[in-house]
Design a protein around this ligand. Structure first.
Ligand code: BG6
Length: 491
């Protein structure tokens, strides 16, 4: 019980029967129950359009929990206790008349109100207005919204304005679930708790940075959504730029939300614009064609269920990003992300510059830079590649590169690493915004991404093809090779 927060929460979950809620949010809330982090008296109101009774919904949720929670972590008595907290309300989100019932549910206890909109963003403003009209939003209400906030700068402003008419910024918790991942959080500890790295973290010591977020899955039945977004809006505008910010930002003066977010915004503002003449060297757009995944044949993007055969939406993006500030001048960040790549893998590689004067075997000079590998998933951990002497009388001063390895699950004997949504929901309950994205971050990220998309549209070239199960178009390899470097797994 020691960790329980004192605040009892009432969580209104709009879109409770949608994919996100069923696959991620309810399992995360179940895990909080299991960890005894939900305060006694906390309640959940599942809200959706389906006409069903609360017991039916609880049965349905139980089946989904069994499906999405690992069997070793599933405890029927915990699930029962959790589901006792859950009530259900059938509601048309666009019809203000039903919202007053929400207030009745709400009035029955004086808990901290959390409104989670697991709905398409076009619904955020409508729900917020209807809640206000029903007097169902008090000053203390916390509101959680999901990405994507819009599909460009202008549309994100409309959504943020609509939310801003009802709630102030300190009430808004914009989710980028990458910020809830254990290792992403660890970037803050790594950088600002270890002076060893703090003193090396700039253009004097780092030659370049790689960020890879690879997925082996394809579109998984989400063609309708994905085809309008593409990989740049779905992944770069949010997850990859957030990772880049955490790597590149200056030390915040403390761990408060605004101190961290102020520093991230400075990075976003310093991203160099990619002008049309830079596109060929700085940006690669790809789309997968049929290939294999885990040894099995898989269709191409244009052959997926529901596909529009003429689509030129990208499923892969690689970018060379430069940051125009003192710390990062001349240090490119190569970032790439794609669907149907060979494996699910998210990692950041910090490549340090070689020692100023090299005295070992010239044949081994290519080994002579340290690398810090930060594995976000799978196998969360870090490795620092350092050079040592090879052992044995016959080896002379041959060098060998080996890791100083920190695999979280082994070193810290953790039985499980919590899912990002568990942490994020827990932080909302505590009212801590530091893992959530502020309005100006969203807007600066869109401003930068919009100019790349505009260039694509002006140039009008189709995306480059790559076979499913490969590391993207060869042009992405050429992009980094041109600078005399290679992606880490190719090295
Ligand atoms: C989501 C994207 O935000 O992140 C998906 O919309 C993507 O397209 C997912 O698959 C990846 O998240 P994770 O946590 O599985 O790396």
């Amino acid at each position: 019980m020691a960790n329980q927060i004192n605040t009892r929460c009432d969580l209104m979950l709009f879109g409770a029967l949608g994919d996100l809620a069923q696959r991620k949010l309810f399992p995360a809330l179940y895990q909080l129950e299991r960890a005894r982090l939900l305060a006694d008296g906390s309640r959940i109101l599942a809200i959706a359009r389906t006409d069903a009774s609360a017991p039916d919904i609880r049965n349905q949720l139980l089946a989904k929990l069994r499906q999405h929670v690992k069997s070793s972590e599933f405890d029927a008595s915990v699930a029962d206790a959790f589901l006792e907290r859950v009530d259900y309300k059938c509601l048309d989100f666009t019809d203000p008349s039903g919202f007053s019932d929400l207030n009745d549910w709400r009035d029955s206890a004086n808990n901290q109100l959390i409104v989670y909109m697991a709905t398409p963003p076009s619904m955020y403003g409508v729900i917020a207005r209807n809640l206000r009209a029903a007097d169902c939003c008090i000053d203390k209400t916390r509101v959680v919204v999901e990405k994507p906030i819009g599909h460009d700068l202008d549309s994100s402003r409309v959504i943020n304005d609509e939310l801003g008419e009802v709630y102030n910024e300190s009430q808004l918790f914009r989710i980028d679930h990458y910020l809830g991942k254990e290792t992403v959080q660890n970037l803050i500890a790594l950088r600002f708790a270890n002076n060893l790295f703090a003193s090396q973290w700039d253009q004097n010591h780092i030659s370049h940075v790689e960020i890879t977020v690879a997925e082996s899955v394809g579109i998984e039945g989400r063609w309708g959504y994905f085809d309008k977004a593409g990989q740049i809006r779905d992944m770069i505008q949010n997850h990859l730029l957030q990772l880049l910010c955490l790597i590149a930002m200056d030390p915040p003066s403390d761990l408060t939300a605004d101190s961290i977010r102020d520093e991230k915004v400075k990075v976003l503002k310093a991203l160099r614009r990619i002008t049309p003449d830079m596109m060929e060297r700085y940006v690669v757009r790809g789309q997968y064609v049929a290939g294999t995944s885990n040894g099995k044949p898989v269709p191409g993007y244009l052959e997926e269920e529901g596909a529009n055969k003429g689509s030129s939406t990208e499923t892969f993006v690689a970018l060379k990003v430069e940051i125009d500030n003192w710390r990062w001048s001349g240090v490119p960040f190569y970032i790439r992300t794609g669907k149907r790549l060979p494996e699910k893998l998210s990692q950041i590689i910090i490549h340090f510059k070689p020692a100023p004067h090299y005295i070992f075997d010239p044949d081994q000079k290519h080994l002579a830079n340290n690398k810090l590998i930060i594995r976000l998933q799978p196998d969360e951990g870090m490795a620092l590649k350092i050079l040592t002497k090879d052992q044995g009388l016959d080896k002379g001063m041959r060098l060998r590169q080996g890791p100083l390895e920190l695999t979280f699950s082994e070193t810290f004997d953790t039985d499980r690493i919590p899912d990002a949504y568990e942490r994020l929901l827990w932080e909302v309950m505590k009212g801590n915004q530091y893992l959530f994205v502020r309005r100006d971050e969203v807007e600066h990220a869109w401003r930068w991404v919009d100019q790349v998309i505009q260039n694509w549209q002006d140039i009008g070239e189709p995306p480059k093809r790559y076979a499913a199960g490969t590391w993207g178009p060869v042009a992405s390899i050429a992009m980094i090779t041109r600078d005399g470097r290679s992606w880490y797994e190719d090295a």
